[in-house]
Design a protein around this ligand. Structure first.
Ligand code: A2P
Length: 273
């Protein structure tokens, strides 16, 4: 049901997945992951720092969906980047997940020492312990630095993007380098007011869809990979139900015009974690 995108190394990724940032550790995550997979999701996005890798692994096992049919992403945390312990951190993530490979391994932030971490991730990729490697929160200059030191290009750049902060220039730059973009905080994040926006409501009413579904559709039609988070089964299902309608170019433009240029999350050029 969810279309795949072919990454620059030929690996297929489902364009819509479940994100589990700020999904509470334990049963909540297990239930969300299992519900998503049983509803038809085949792509789950976690990270070491979310502290829920164990629960994600459990949700995958409880779902009954075959491992090879699932696209699973996790990420290398900043402390491990700074400490130069990529391989150790990767093995620890696999242990917590209870898996023997991941589909996509990402550098979580351009922390001090990421260049060395990238080399170590390339080794893991060449050993086929991960099917694709990439980065998160890389600005254009980080991508340029990376491409200057490595002949392996990131498959994806996962960055903040939503109608509030479209980040369109960085998306265009990444795509121009054949790096696919994944949007984090695609619905404007927790506690955001985006989904209450009247324009989204009006467009949604026109299509018989919710504001969240409109925003997810906006990402998909821009060619972006989107990983909305929810802990509610009804919303998890709703967020997947976005393949039976299409936004017009004018609607896409109207949604893009909500851009304030202000981030919800941290600035990749100035973060302190
Ligand atoms: P909840 O987990 O309580 O459903 P983002 O993916 O941008 O980080 O945003 C996720 C936020 O949007 C979460 O607070 C999530 O809350 C909420 N959310 C997810 N899906 C929907 C939906 N279909 N309708 C309304 N809110 C949603």
């Amino acid at each position: 049901q969810v279309p795949n995108i072919k990454l620059n190394n030929g690996v297929d990724i489902p364009q819509l997945g479940l994100g589990v940032f700020q999904t509470p550790v334990g049963q909540t995550t297990v239930d969300a992951v299992r519900a998503a997979l049983q509803a038809g999701y085949r792509h789950i996005d976690t990270a070491r720092i979310y502290q829920n890798e164990e629960s994600v692994g459990q949700g995958i096992r409880e779902s009954g969906v075959k491992r090879r049919d699932i696209f699973l992403t996790t990420k290398l945390w900043n402390d491990d980047i700074r400490a130069g312990r990529t391989r150790e951190a990767f093995n620890e993530s696999l242990d917590r997940l209870g898996l023997d490979y991941v589909d996509l391994y990402l550098i979580h932030w351009p922390a001090q020492g990421w260049e060395k971490a990238w080399e170590q991730m390339v080794e893991l990729y060449r050993e086929r312990r991960v099917r694709a490697i990439g980065v998160c929160n890389f600005e254009q200059h980080h991508l340029e630095d990376l491409m200057a030191i490595s002949d392996v290009r990131p498959a994806v750049n996962q960055i903040e993007s939503s109608p509030q902060f479209t980040n369109q220039e960085l998306i265009d730059f990444s795509n121009g380098k054949r790096i696919d973009v994944e949007a984090w905080s695609p619905l404007g994040g927790t506690g955001g007011s985006l989904l209450g926006n009247p324009a989204l409501k009006r467009i949604g009413d026109r299509h018989g869809k919710s504001p969240a579904q409109v925003v997810i559709r906006w990402h998909l039609q821009r060619g972006v990979i989107v990983i909305p988070k929810s802990i509610h089964e009804e919303r998890i299902r709703q967020n997947l139900d976005v393949f039976d309608f299409e936004l017009s170019d004018a609607e896409i433009d109207e949604i893009s015009a909500l851009n304030t240029g202000k981030r919800n999350g941290a600035d990749p050029d100035n973060f302190d974690f």
